[in-house]
Ligand binder design. Structure first.
Ligand code: OGA
Ligand code: MN
Length: 292
């Protein structure tokens, strides 16, 4: 099947032509989708009718093994009985809106900080595939920033300074910036992961690999590292690098966590339900079965 992509932003993000991803299994179409991901880093697919198992199956066909540790498992009993299907919603297991003081709500509000998925794990997440099921009648966008464009726009001296640096990422760190507290036992289980600050993508571009989870630069004094990370986040999330996605029910948005940041925007979540489901793949080297 021949696909086309309509750009949604001057630098990245595109909407794919009509396609039913539930039926996509042939290597030619999957390869066209991977080429599209390398070019645009964020792809929007309208009117996808995924059941949970179909969303999980498509993610595996497209990019391989699924990530089952993109959050803090201990906090939620996964509503769907599968840790690879992440509940991106403001409702509890009975489908009722979480109360304003619910710890699970406070935890989920962390998605409103600029981040990439599961950078606090090793391996982190590669592709995230978020499917919109129930949307509020008001705007509740997701914003994306292209960190390849952010990297390209750095001064040559800054690029040289970043070469070889590594950052420590921790979900305890990002949640604490919102005032969320962890028990000692939880902190013990959330030690985080270390990743290069600049990632070289297999197709030749480089990207800043930063996130609200990034807590320090390895081997640097903590304040110096945090100040550099704050500067880089400010640089990478300038409006010229940002695409804001206005959701429609049935949208599937796929983003490449290696080279984008994203965040949820606020809405009246005490009043309206917003339910999406995310499947994220493990950022492992691709096997031949999934090569573009
Ligand atoms: C996610 C996420 C943002 C949103 O699904 O990983 O951060 O707008 N979602 O719900
Ligand atoms: Mn996320």
């Amino acid at each position: 099947m021949n696909l086309s992509f309509r750009p949604l932003h001057p630098l990245f993000a595109a909407e794919a032509s009509t396609i039913d991803l539930r039926n996509v299994a042939d290597s030619d179409t999957l390869a066209q989708l991977r080429v599209g991901m390398d070019q645009y880093a964020v792809l929007v697919f309208r009117d996808q009718a995924f059941a949970d198992s179909e969303q999980l199956d498509f993610a595996q066909r497209f990019d391989g093994q699924l990530h089952s540790k993109t959050g803090i498992a201990a906090l939620y009993n996964n509503r769907f009985g599968n840790e690879a299907l992440t509940d991106i919603s403001n409702v509890d297991e009975t489908g009722e809106i979480l109360s304003t003081n619910d710890r699970r709500r406070a935890y989920a509000l962390g998605n409103r900080l600029w981040h990439a998925d599961a950078t606090f794990q090793d391996p982190p997440g590669r592709y995230s595939m978020l499917h919109a099921r129930i949307l509020p009648p008001v705007a509740a966008d997701t914003e994306f920033a292209d960190t390849r464009a952010g990297y390209d726009a750095l001064a040559p001296e800054m690029k040289a300074r970043l070469e070889g640096l590594k950052a420590h990422h921790s979900i305890a760190h990002s949640r604490k910036t919102l005032g969320f507290n962890f028990s000692e036992d939880e902190e013990d289980r959330l030690r985080g992961a270390i990743h290069p600050l600049v990632r070289a993508l297999p197709y030749g571009r480089k990207a800043l690999y930063i996130a609200s989870h990034a807590s320090r630069i390895v081997d640097w004094p903590v304040p110096d590292g945090r100040l550099l990370l704050l500067d880089l986040m400010e640089h990478a999330t300038q409006r010229e690098f940002v695409y804001a996605h206005s959701w429609r029910a049935g949208d599937l948005v796929i983003w490449d966590n290696r080279c984008t940041l994203h965040r949820a925007r606020p809405f009246d979540d005490a009043k309206y339900k917003r339910e999406l489901r995310r499947v994220t793949t493990l950022d492992l080297p691709r096997t031949a079965a999934h090569a573009a």
